[in-house]
Design a protein around this ligand. Structure first.
Ligand code: EPZ
Length: 417
């Protein structure tokens, strides 16, 4: 496991490259099950969740070879073995395998997924869509079992624009019989990346990035080469780190439109952000300005994964911020820990009122989930004295070498086991 020890008060300066997105790479890796050939994927970041996904693919019979950020996966000989529960429980994204496995093998048995505890995290929209496509699904004893000779395309209207349900159903529909239209689909950039991946395999998907996605089922999908899009949330996290330390940081390998909602909010907080092609530079202000209202929303709204990091920033702003988390029920696990550092935050249901204080003070805090942990590291960069963030393993699920990257920018942070 491990902890990060941070000495605050050092402004960040320099530049780093943003690597492939966790939330693009995980569904893409699951989608390799759809072809009986070779998938060559570039810019695959070293993250715990990626390792677990590769372990599951390996268990199913895929031949996985990795060289740096390049991965070669041969899925010609897969068998629909039951994925062991301990593997399924290691992360929520294991649920992405349900669609590909049903549509390739006509059957699947897997346990309910695990993952960050951000509230109930149901998968009802995934199951409802698959049932509509003809899968007969039973859920008992914590396992989901599905059988179906051939999934049939149909019209699905999602009750909520769920990212995972949209992705699962896109993958299931790719090899189904006929046309599937997914309405009220999620519009995140990672869904566009998955569409491109499926089309690069010979699939026929259109509309990703809008609320209506059309998938024409095909007989077969083929070998593919694909580069994962850069991680907009990792980029946003380093942008906030630059802002909170009044630093000047350049991020390379950015897709600007993916980070537009984050740029907009950081400019409101007083940052000067220069953009230039596939890079951007954040100049943090002397004093962070509070942002009256922040609401997390489905893309292209402000991303829920940036809620904890921007709360850390607002905790030392010169005013009060009203922040509402509209996506997850229980995504304020970082609030108690920020309070230990002197933040003045009041919670009322899904709303948080953050009253900026002059400065935070270092403390021993605990990362309860991936983004909450990142927020505590960010707070530690600006706090007076030393902050110890326990639970490094949560942070490493989404951030590769966060200590080395921050150190290269001038932060005083080290990991202790
Ligand atoms: C994806 O999770 C991301 N994970 C999350 O990132 C991200 O926070 C989330 O999308 C929203 O953008 C990956 O892509 C691997 P959802 P997902 O289905 O698919 C409810 C991170 O930090 N819901 O859009 O699980 C659900 O309870 C992670 O990188 C249902 O009710 O998100 C939640 O309240 C955290 N029924 C809301 O929808 C369902 O069947 C959003 O969930 C599915 C979801």
């Amino acid at each position: 496991l491990g902890k990060y020890v941070i000495t605050g008060g050092f402004r960040l300066e320099g530049s780093i490259r943003i690597n492939g997105a966790k939330n693009a790479c995980l569904p893409v890796l699951a989608a390799t099950v759809l072809n009986k050939g070779i998938s060559e994927i570039y810019d695959v970041t070293y993250l715990k969740d990626v390792e677990v996904m590769l372990e599951i693919l390996n268990f199913l019979g895929a031949v996985v070879e990795r060289e740096g950020y390049y991965i070669r996966i041969d899925t010609s000989n897969l068998s629909p073995k039951e994925i062991p529960e301990e593997l399924m429980r290691k992360m929520r994204s294991s649920i992405f395998l349900m669609g590909p496995l049903i549509t390739r093998f006509g059957k699947v048995r897997l346990s309910y997924p695990g993952g960050c505890d951000l509230g109930p995290r149901p998968i009802d929209l995934h199951l409802k869509g698959l049932r509509m496509m003809g899968a007969n699904l039973t859920e008992e004893h914590g396992f989901i079992e599905a059988h179906c000779d051939k999934l049939k395309g149909c019209n699905i209207h999602l009750d909520f624009p769920s990212v995972g349900a949209t992705e699962n159903l896109m993958m299931a529909a790719a090899l189904a019989q006929g046309v599937t239209v997914i309405r009220n689909a999620a519009k995140e950039p990672e869904i566009v990346d998955l569409q491109n991946f499926i089309n690069n395999m010979g699939g026929s998907v259109t509309g990703a990035g809008t609320d209506t996605i059309k998938v024409v089922g095909v007989e077969k999908l083929n070998s593919v080469k694909h580069t994962v899009i850069p991680d907009r949330i990792v980029a946003g996290t380093y942008m906030v780190a630059a802002a909170i330390t009044g630093g000047q940081v350049k991020l390379k390998n950015i897709i600007l439109e993916h980070v537009e909602p984050i740029i907009a909010k950081l400019r409101e907080s007083g940052c000067v952000i220069e953009t230039n092609g596939d890079s951007l530079t954040v100049n943090g202000p002397k004093q962070i300005q509070s942002i009256d209202i922040i609401r997390t929303l489905p893309h292209p709204g402000f991303p829920t994964d940036m809620q904890a990091p921007i709360m850390a920033l607002m905790s030392i702003a010169n005013g009060t911020t009203m922040l509402t988390e509209t996506i997850f029920e229980n995504r304020f696990k970082h609030v108690d820990e920020l309070r230990r550092m002197g933040a003045d935050i009041k919670i009322n249901g899904r709303a948080a009122v953050i009253k900026g204080v002059k400065s935070l003070t270092g403390a021993a805090v605990e990362a309860k989930d991936l983004r909450a942990g990142a927020a505590l590291v960010i707070a530690g960069l600006a706090a007076e004295g030393t902050t110890i963030v326990d639970g490094a393993q949560h942070i490493e699920r989404g951030y590769e070498n966060i200590d080395k990257n921050l150190t290269s920018l001038g932060a005083h942070i080290k990991k202790i086991d």
